[in-house]
Each structure stands twice: as structure tokens, then as C-alpha cells.
Design a binder for this molecule. Structure first.
Ligand code: SAH
Ligand code: SF4
Length: 370
């Protein structure tokens, strides 16, 4: 059972390959994608347009496995957060943010995160594993099912996806790209590339790769106007410093018309990166890159050691950017009463170090018993 193929792991291309190997016609791939992702069917017996022989064959060889929901929380502002079991005690969180004309799903890509940004609760937890394609797209499937498709217009509640949950999506590149393919696939969720955003802390080679293989929108977690501040709060900056990162951003917006701007995220940390001088420096650094800027009020978590900038400081910072002609918005904090805001997602991360310690202690106690 363990090594069965999970059909949720397959995008259209790999699904077509899978059916070709079975000696089946390519249209089987689109039939199955529709059953799973549009009808939400996970029981092969219910797939009535497949022949009985094919259904039997599939039942012998595949699984359709979605992550199991362990907990749901609903905020007073309507934001919903789910805790999902992804095996071996690991749990990730997914957040749904309803707005008037859209529903945005914040999707996780890893259990924990190896990059250890100092202001991020996920980073503080260490890293356990990459999510599979099925565990990533399973979050979209689960959210649509939980909220229920809109009976007035037949539309799915998830209209936008942001890869801004737990983890660094660029460090789980292949799986994230395949899952985003399924999000855009007409026979699955049919979301336009503009409605899918991948957010990265700046893994430069992967920005170049993304540009080649996927048309989705890109957000960069910039958070600082210079290397001195960025080195302090984002260790990844030592590997890919600001100049290198911003050059990659220039290349990204250069190449294809579909990549016509980049969103820069900037977390507002009191006394760290929030002065008007920092704002002026940021303006200079972003020259020549078609940019939109999201200022994110810092969301606190226990022992973070940081405070959010005052409302006045955020306004002053924003005014400098707007006066320089940069499109700038301050992101509204949603779901803070259920710890669902940016950077607060925690889940349960059974880190490699913790697992190692557990294994040693189990071995130790076995030794004692023997
Ligand atoms: N790893 C990716 C995506 C996940 S984080 C990345 O870093 O881009 C999503 C966004 O939330 C990032 O911009 C991140 O920097 C920001 N963030 C992290 N911790 C935060 C906090 N405590 N308050 C506000 N934003 C935070
Ligand atoms: Fe990882 Fe993003 Fe958090 Fe940094 S901000 S630790 S890259 S999840």
C-alpha cells in the first residue's frame, strides 16, 4: 500500500505519462483530473465514465490520498485555518482569507523552514520535510471541499493562491511547480497565472528557473534596504546578497511579458528597518524594477524579540515610497485571533534534530531494557 502512486501527486503531464504506461488513451488523464479536482471524488468506484476493467486496474495500483484535517479554527473576521496531518507527527497549516470578491488560500510548501529568518515563527521551528505535490494541491482541494462550492455561481471558493504558508517554496521547487500546474490546469482548478503568487526569501538560482518554467506571479520577501539590516534578520542574505537578488528580479521582469512586475514584501519591525531613511534607500534600490510594495505589520509570536512599527512610522514609510511613485499598500492583518496572520503559522514540526534525539533515546532505553 505504501508505494502506491498517489494520483494527487500527478499534474496533467505526469498523469498522461502514467496512463500511457498503462496502455490507456491520453484523455483518461483529463477525466481523472476532473473527477479528483473538480468533482472532489476520491473513490475510484464513483468515476462512472471509466470502464470497469480500468477501475479495477486503478484500484490495484493507485491511491487518492488527501492530507487529513486535525483541527479547524475560524476567526471573528471569517478567516479559517486548518491544521493538516502530513505523516510522522508532522502538521502544516493552511489559511483561507475571504474577501468581497475573492477567496485567497495561503498554502504551505514545507514542514517548517530551514532558512531561520529571525522574525518568523515557522523559521524558529526548524525544518522537517518537503511536502509532496499531493500534500500541496491537497490543501486547495481540502479548502474547496470544506467551504463548499458556491451554489449561486458554481464557482470554487478559492479564487487566489499565495504560496506564503509554512516553508520556502523555492526549496521544494519541483513539487511546488507541479502543484501550481494543477492549480492553473483547466481540467482541475483553472486559476489564471495572475491569481497564483509564489513568495520567496530570495533563492536567486531558483528565481531564474521559475522564470523559465512557470508563468505565476512572484513576490520577494525583501524586508530591508541594505545588506547590513538584511544580514541581521535573514541569514539567506549572506548567500544571496541584495545586489544579486535585485539583479535576478530585473532579469525576471525582463524576459516575459507575463512577468510584468514583482511584489516586494517588507515586514515593519520597530527600530530595525522602518525609518524614513530606510524608505529612501529602498526607493533607490528598486529603481528600474517594475515593483509593487506590500508593507506587512509585524505579527508577534512568543519570544520573537521584535515589535511592530507604530502606525505613524508605517504611514511615514509608506508616504516616502508613494511620493517616489511606487505602488504601496499596507497589508491588512487577518485572522490574528487564531494566529493565522503572516509569519505566525506553526503547525507541528518534528525537526530532524528532534527525530534524531528521539531515535537515540529509544535506542538508549532499549539498551537499558536488554
Ligand atoms: N518562505 C517564503 C514564504 C512564506 S512566509 C518567504 O519568506 O517569502 C510569507 C511572508 O510572511 C513572507 O514575506 C515573510 O517574510 C512574512 N513573515 C514572516 N514572519 C512574519 C511575521 N512575524 N510578521 C509578518 N510577516 C511575516
Ligand atoms: Fe522560511 Fe519564509 Fe519564514 Fe524566512 S520568512 S523562515 S523563508 S518561511
Amino acid at each position: 500500500m505504501a508505494d502506491r502512486i498517489n494520483l494527487l501527486d500527478l499534474n496533467r503531464k505526469s498523469m498522461a505519462g502514467f496512463f500511457a504506461d498503462l496502455g490507456e488513451k491520453p484523455f483518461r488523464a483529463t477525466q481523472i483530473l476532473k473527477w479528483i479536482h473538480q468533482a472532489g471524488v476520491t473513490d475510484i468506484d464513483e468515476m462512472s465514465n471509466l470502464s470497469k476493467a480500468l477501475r479495477l486496474k486503478l484500484k490495484d495500483t493507485v491511491a487518492i490520498k488527501t492530507p487529513e484535517i486535525k483541527q479547524e479554527q475560524i476567526s471573528k473576521d471569517g478567516t479559517r485555518k486548518w491544521l493538516l496531518d502530513v505523516g510522522n507527527g508532522n502538521r502544516v497549516e493552511t489559511v483561507y482569507i475571504p474577501e468581497e470578491n475573492r477567496g485567497t488560500l495561503c498554502v504551505s510548501s514545507q514542514v517548517g523552514c530551514p532558512l531561520d529568518c529571525k522574525f518568523c515563527s515557522t523559521g524558529k521551528q526548524g525544518f522537517s520535510k518537503n511536502l509532496s505535490v499531493g500534500e500541496i494541491i491537497g490543501q486547495v482541494m481540502m479548502a474547496n471541499q470544506q467551504i463548499g462550492w458556491n451554489s449561486n455561481n458554481g464557482r470554487q471558493p478559492v479564487t487566489n493562491v499565495v504560496m506564503m504558508g509554512m516553508g520556502e517554496p523555492m526549496m521544494n521547487f519541483e513539487n511546488v511547480v507541479a502543484a501550481m500546474d494543477i492549480m492553473m490546469e483547466d481540467f482541475a482548478y483553472g486559476l489564471s497565472r495572475r491569481r497564483i503568487t509564489l513568495s520567496t526569501s530570495g533563492i536567486v538560482p531558483m528565481i531564474d528557473k521559475l522564470k523559465e518554467v512557470s508563468p505565476v506571479s512572484l513576490a520577494i520577501s525583501l524586508h530591508a534596504p541594505n545588506d547590513v539590516i538584511r544580514d541581521q534578520i535573514m541569514p539567506i542574505n549572506k548567500t544571496y546578497p541584495l545586489n544579486t537578488l535585485l539583479d535576478a528580479c530585473r532579469r525576471f521582469t525582463d524576459v516575459k511579458e507575463s512577468h510584468n512586475h514583482i511584489t516586494f514584501e517588507y515586514v515593519m519591525l520597530k527600530g530595525v528597518n522602518d525609518s524614513e531613511e530606510n524608505a529612501r534607500e529602498l526607493v533607490k534600490r528598486l529603481q528600474g524594477i517594475p515593483s509593487k510594495i506590500n508593507l506587512i505589520p509585524f505579527n508577534p509570536f512568543p519570544d520573537s524579540g521584535y515589535l511592530c512599527s507604530s502606525r505613524n512610522a508605517i504611514e511615514r514609510f509608506k508616504t516616502v515610497l508613494i511620493d517616489a511613485g511606487l505602488i504601496t499598500v499596507t497589508r491588512k492583518t487577518r485572522g490574528d485571533d487564531i494566529d493565522a496572520a503572516c509569519g505566525q503559522l506553526a503547525g507541528d514540526v518534528i525537526s530532524k534534530a528532534a527525530r534524531h534525539r528521539k531515535e537515540i533515546s529509544v535506542k538508549g532505553s532499549q539498551g537499558e531494557a536488554a
